[in-house]
Ligand binder design. Sequence first.
Ligand code: AN7
Length: 359
Amino acid sequence: MAEAPRPWRGVIEEYRQWLPVTPETPVVTLGEGGTPLVPSAWLSEVTGCSVWVKVEGSNPTGSFKDRGMTVAVSRAAQAGVKVVVCASTGNTSASAAAYAVRAGLSPVVLVPEGRIAAGKLAQAIVYGARLVQVQGNFDDCLKVARGLCERYPVVLVNSANEDGFRLAGQKTAAFEVVDSLGDAPDIHILPVGNAGNITAYWLGYQEYAAAGRSRRLPRMWGFQAEGAAPIVRGAQVSQPETVATAIRVGNPARWQDAVAALEESGGRIDAVPDDAILAAQAGLAARDGIFVEPASAVGVAGLLRAREAGLVDPGQTIVITVTGHGLKDVETALSAAGEVEKVVVPPDAEATARALGLD
Ligand code: AN7
């Protein structure tokens, strides 16, 4: 008899034994995780490798942040807190807002004034967060958030938090990659901002390998935007600047952990300029049908540049995580697209065919 269909239950129920939850934890979920792992014909052809794209924009609020937020908010609800707070370049605030209201908690989100994409701002507002625009960058927002948590009855749901709940949730993406491919890839590529996600993936790959779920470990490759590349430069950036606002971070909270992941895995980190990021975003959309936000195209740009530099041997299996949905920031995508041919026709098929040159 066929097995009864079972819907995807979200990352806590799918990977409960690997996560810091107990039977008493109230599970706050929107069905996150279980995202598509899509082969990229374009990048496979360019590199001579088997390149897969892990499409995290398919999560409920449109970014990978939901994986960590289901754990962080479930634990906050278990602890009986009323208010959760986060600093964010936009995606964390959208995710925190959604999961908090679902748990009956009040979300407070701190974002850099005027520097988050419109889609993310809309999400925080519509989910009903208290939105605070801080006159400064992400690093300033995080300082304020930490200050609030030290002195007031609110709980931090940033991945900088020592409790590690967010990273624990985020590591499930590495589990999914191994579950799909049957083993870890040779290389896993990620964009790096606060450096939580690359830390989380490395944790996930190590845990799965230690438990015998995979035979090997991947090399972790991280990429930062050139104007916000403190880890690459080995020094804080006081005025980070990049079109990829999600990773406009000058002093990553998980800096040391990320360096450890890079060193232990035999990986590397490098920086890519904004024009290469936008070209990669356009290429991934037009070649593979995958529309991601600028920060999420950083890994693709990094892979292409690494190949040009002769650093990518053919025949490898490579996974790139694209972290957030393209619809988060349509302004940047449209301005990068430049002048678009405007075809205006009367409601008539023949006139339309003429305008399209089909006749
Ligand atoms: C699309 O939302 O930090 O290296 O506050 O939104 O783990 O920080 C977002 C980060 C990559 C970088 N891609 O991940 C926030 C925030 C997208 C992102 C990153 C972010 P980390």
